[in-house]
Design a protein around this ligand. Structure first.
Ligand code: CMP
Length: 227
């Protein structure tokens, strides 16, 4: 990671994990937090590796994934600005549970295992923020298990699009690039099936794909509320 000089208290203040810390604590953190840019495609963490650091996303997006010996992949989550990863191994000392790869050029902060543990001991707010992050992940994982067991592929695609969408001018839109291949890996379906479902959702007026964005229409929100 880059030298400590590249991290300011202002930068750390904008990281949700550290936002509640007093100025003095932030100043101490600037000495132990590193900052580095990574090109798209870089593997930041590999499943099974020993654990050495926690990472925080300053910019860009990363995928958290698992794969088998035949190269089949499942995407567990897409992480973006403000989110952290690599905390699990720091907490239970087990090897990395998943692989994390940059899907866009990324800028990350990192903090070593020893420094992060010290930080947790001294700051209840940080410990709470980490727990909140873990609970959020557990809720998302529960939802995913529920949708895998209870929904057909239409329902799973619809739920994923709802989760990835953001409000733009009062409309729900998926603005970030979301290849069908990645949708398939996130919902446990084939790419062909996802293509068919997306086409059907467009024909039935549930979604509109325009200029690289996916617009969620009223009909989609109504059927999702019923599900
Ligand atoms: P760790 O096990 O140390 O290394 C891999 C990281 O991926 C893990 O910590 C978490 O930070 C992250 N991770 C694992 N599973 C999920 C998930 N389901 N959703 C989001 N992030 C995850």
């Amino acid at each position: 990671m880059a030298g400590p000089a590249s991290v300011s208290t202002l930068l750390l203040r904008n990281v949700p994990l550290f936002a509640g810390l007093p100025e003095g604590q932030l100043a101490l953190l600037t000495r132990v937090v590193g900052r580095k840019a990574f090109p798209r495609g870089t593997t930041i963490i590999s499943a099974g590796d020993p654990t050495d650091a926690l990472y925080i996303v300053i910019s860009g997006r990363l995928k958290v994934m698992m794969s088998d010996d035949e190269g089949r992949e499942v995407i567990l989550a897409i992480l973006s600005q403000g989110e952290f990863f690599g905390e699990m191994g720091l907490i239970d000392e087990a090897p990395r549970s998943a692989t994390v790869i940059a899907i866009e050029p990324c800028e990350l902060l990192s903090i070593s295992k020893a420094d992060f543990k010290k930080c947790l001991q001294e700051n209840f707010d940080i410990a709470m923020a980490v727990m909140r992050g873990l609970v959020k992940r557990l809720r998302e994982a529960d939802k995913k298990i529920g949708s895998l067991a209870l929904m057909d592929v239409y329902g799973r695609v619809a739920r994923l699009l709802m989760e990835m969408a953001e409000k733009v001018d009062g409309q729900l839109v998926v603005t970030k690039k979301l290849p069908k291949q990645d949708i398939a890996k996130m919902i446990g379906a084939s790419r062909e099936m996802v293509s068919r479902v997306m086409k059907d959702l467009q024909t039935s007026g549930h979604i509109e794909v325009r200029g690289g964005s996916i617009f969620l229409r009223e009909a989609m929100l109504v059927s999702e509320a019923r599900a």
